[in-house]
Write a protein that binds this ligand. Structure first.
Ligand SMILES: [Zn+2]
Length: 77
């Protein structure tokens, strides 16, 4: 019976209220620097946004490098 690594999970949660400064954070999996304010989607792809367009309350993004799904919570606008 094959033994699967417990590290196959590709879904992370990031609470922005725990992040100091301008809200940038490294991807939990690959460490790629992600800025939630950068909407050019060069480093990540926005999968869904909760709340108003200009005042999101949470966001689901996918890292363009490692394809991890990252759930962003705690937007403070
Ligand atoms: Zn990544």
């Amino acid at each position: 019976m094959p033994i699967l690594s417990s590290n196959t999970k590709n879904n992370f949660e990031v609470d922005l209220t725990n992040i100091e400064g301008d809200g940038n954070f490294p991807c939990p999996k690959c460490g790629l620097f992600i800025s939630p304010d950068d909407l050019t989607t060069k480093v990540y792809t926005i999968l869904s946004i909760e709340g108003k367009d200009d005042n999101p309350t949470s966001m689901v993004i996918q890292c363009n490098k490692c394809k991890s799904i990252i759930n962003l919570n705690g937007f403070d606008v």
